[in-house]
Design a protein around this ligand. Structure first.
Ligand code: RFL
Ligand code: PHB
Length: 396
């Protein structure tokens, strides 16, 4: 079976869904194909923090209602080190900006509902996806659904299929420069039934390694501690997990993390990756398909949103003015914001994690940088403006 549309979108993550919705609002048709089921994408626990520009974008697109109703706007974060907690007042330092703690799977639910409501087709559970003819003017995507061979013929393909998807590989290897850094640590993430331990996120550095205290709802908390990436969740009883969290977070002020029943555990790898270029012929990559960051800066989903703003704008320009100009410069423009987010994520990761075998001078440098960050307004402001998110290109 062959279908025709203007933009064929591979992947119903934040990037693919946002793109379909933005294109629809400009009268441009698309079809999304997704490898997983709707239940799976709406239930996978991932990101928690939305930057100020992402929140604004979701509002502009009319999909921000539930986010404001059940998400939490935070005006600051805390950096904990040397037994003390230090507040970074994001709101004051950035002229009134903030971040939103709202889980990625809730964003996905909002976007899937909006995209289906506007009449866009999402085909879930596809297999054997192959991109064809991207160097010509009429590319196509072949795939199977329930064993039946299918095809989408389109003007453009948007590769929004995450780090492991096939789109990036469709760019000839000789035309791709891939930059990769693997960190010698992972994050052990838990979800637990407990009240919040803090009104704001805590990024804690200690000699035993990093801890992040985040939240989901008034009764569900999200927390992470730095671990060996090759460790296994079965090695960690609930008791051992809590002992590790306490040992890494307790300081001189008597503050103590609140415990609760742990109902989800997982280990996450930490990588920085960028693919240059993000486009080839009629194929355009967006989001994790082209770049990933370690989660310490809370940037991945937000970088995906920035890509989609540029890509949808370029596609709109093409249909409105018959101009290739914005499309041709998509990768170069997108990569500027991507590299900023990549550098910030690396900075936050190396600032807050301890790595085995480090020399003592590196540890002292880290402490000097942390002291500077919390004592200099200039340094705090730089952290704050990156954390709340730099403006998307072309937006205020
Ligand atoms: P996604 O979300 O990976 O979506 C890609 C989609 O493509 C589908 N797919 C295919 N579909 C069809 N055919 C194929 N052959 C396919 N292969 C794959 C997949 O099933 C999937 O549905 O990429 P996208 O849209 O680029 O979005 C990126 C974000 O998901 C990611 O960057 C964030 O989750 C990163 N991240 C965070 N980002 C933030 O902005 N703020 C945060 O606070 C934050 N915290 C995090 C995070 C990621 C984490 N993990 C789990 C890696 C915390 C964690 C723990
Ligand atoms: C989360 O709540 O999952 C979260 C928050 C901040 C980060 C990463 C993840 O930097």
């Amino acid at each position: 079976m062959a279908q025709k549309t203007q933009v064929g979108i591979i992947g119903a993550g934040p990037a693919g869904l946002l793109l379909a919705h933005m294109l629809h609002r400009q009268g441009i048709g698309s079809i999304i194909i997704e490898a997983q089921t709707r239940e799976a994408i709406e239930g996978t626990i991932k990101a928690g923090v939305l930057e100020h520009p992402t929140v604004q974008l979701l509002d502009e697109l009319g999909v921000g209602e539930r986010m404001h109703a059940v998400g939490f706007e935070h005006h600051g974060i805390e950096l904990a080190f040397g037994g003390k907690r230090h507040r970074i007042d994001l709101h004051e330092l950035t002229g009134g900006k903030s971040i939103m703690v709202y889980p990625q799977h809730e964003v996905i639910k909002d976007l899937v509902a909006a995209v289906l409501a506007n009449g866009t087709t999402i085909e879930f559970g596809v297999r054997d996806v192959a991109l064809q003819g991207i160097e010509g003017t009429r590319p196509s995507i072949r795939y199977t659904l329930d064993g039946e061979a299918r095809q989408i013929e389109c003007d453009f393909i948007a590769g929004c299929d995450g780090f492991h998807g096939p789109s990036r590989q469709a760019i000839p290897a000789a035309l791709r420069v891939e930059h990769l850094k693997t960190y010698p640590c992972g994050w052990f993430g838990i979800l637990c039934e407990a009240p919040p331990s803090s009104d704001e996120l805590i990024y804690a550095q200690s000699d035993r390694g990093f801890v992040l205290v985040s939240t989901r709802t008034p009764t569900v908390q999200r927390m992470y501690f730095q671990c060996d990436p090759s460790d296994h969740v079965d090695n960690w009883s609930d008791e051992r997990i809590w002992a590790e969290f306490h040992a890494r977070t307790e300081g001189s002020d008597g503050w103590r993390l609140k415990e609760g029943r742990i109902f989800q555990k997982g280990i996450i790898a930490m990588r920085s990756f960028v693919c240059e270029t993000m486009q080839h012929g009629r194929l355009f990559l967006a989001g994790d398909a082209a770049h990933i960051v370690p989660p310490t800066g809370a940037k991945g989903l937000n970088l995906a949103a920035g890509d989609v703003v540029l890509l949808s704008g370029a596609i709109v320009d093409f249909y409105r003015d018959n101009s290739h100009q914005s499309l041709d410069s998509y990768s170069a423009r997108a990569l500027k914001r991507v590299w900023r987010g990549e550098q910030f994520s690396w900075f936050m990761t190396t600032l807050l994690h301890d790595f085995d075998g480090e020399d003592t001078i590196t540890r002292r440098f880290r402490r000097a940088q942390l002291d500077y960050l919390v004592s200099s307004r200039a340094a705090s402001t730089s952290l704050a403006e990156n954390y709340v998110g730099l403006p998307f290109e072309g937006s205020a």
